[in-house]
Design a protein around this ligand. Structure first.
Ligand code: SF4
Length: 210
């Protein structure tokens, strides 16, 4: 159950995209959080690593935004590092899952590390995640597999709900998806998006975008 306090807790967002088809199976919203303690070489989201305030939104507001998007089957949490904001993200995950959506979470932490830590907030985020994409990006292990950028990264089907569907996603290293908002803002997502200059890769909507 999500308490009123949890619904009022804040998420420090770096970006949001209403609909993507390259960040998990099917059509899904994508939420990027700000801040990551890891330092993968060739990090493709380097502007999201610093722990600085970006767009602060309550869990309730973000869930309302997500549940108002027609035709999506789920939400992807990316970053930055979602496990650094595990508490509000797990509350958000619970709210949208109650309405039938599924959750994909990308993390730079290996799965065994997350399990070993056994932190209550991390366990809560695992509980609402259907498919976890876990592990740091290692450039020398770059690969052409669905949903992962380097072969050390693991796909962990935590609920089984998305089992067998990773193949619906294009090779994460090869695809860049461009979205153009009604206001003309261009968002590029996918690994190579980080290499493209002059685009607002994370689709920062500004608070009015919510
Ligand atoms: S986990 Fe992701 S955001 Fe963090 S340093 Fe690695 S590639 Fe960059």
């Amino acid at each position: 159950m999500v308490t009123a306090d949890s619904a009022r807790s804040s998420i420090n967002l770096a970006g949001f995209l209403d609909i993507s088809t390259v960040n998990g199976p099917g059509r899904r919203a994508v939420l990027w959080v700000q801040g990551c303690p890891l330092s993968c070489r060739d990090c493709f989201n380097s502007d999201l690593r610093e722990f600085v305030p970006r767009i602060s939104m309550t869990v309730g507001m973000v869930s309302e935004k997500i549940l108002g998007i027609p035709g999506i089957e789920g939400v992807t949490f990316s970053g930055g590092e979602p496990f650094c904001q595990a508490k509000p993200l797990s509350a958000l995950g619970r709210l949208v899952r109650e309405e039938g959506l599924n959750i994909v979470t990308f993390t730079g932490f290996p799965y065994h590390y997350i399990r070993k830590k056994d932190k209550p907030s991390w366990n809560s985020l695992l509980e609402v995640t259907d498919l976890l994409v876990a592990g740091p990006f290692i450039p020398r292990l770059r690969c052409s597999l669905p949903m992962v950028s380097s072969s050390n990264q693991q796909l962990v089907h935590l609920s089984g709900r998305l089992a067998g569907r990773e193949g619906e996603c294009p090779d994460a290293g090869a695809i860049t998806e461009f979205s153009i908002s009604r206001g003309g803002e261009v968002t590029a997502t996918g690994y190579r998006a980080g290499l493209l200059a002059g685009l607002n890769r994370t689709g920062l909507p500004g608070e009015e975008g919510f």
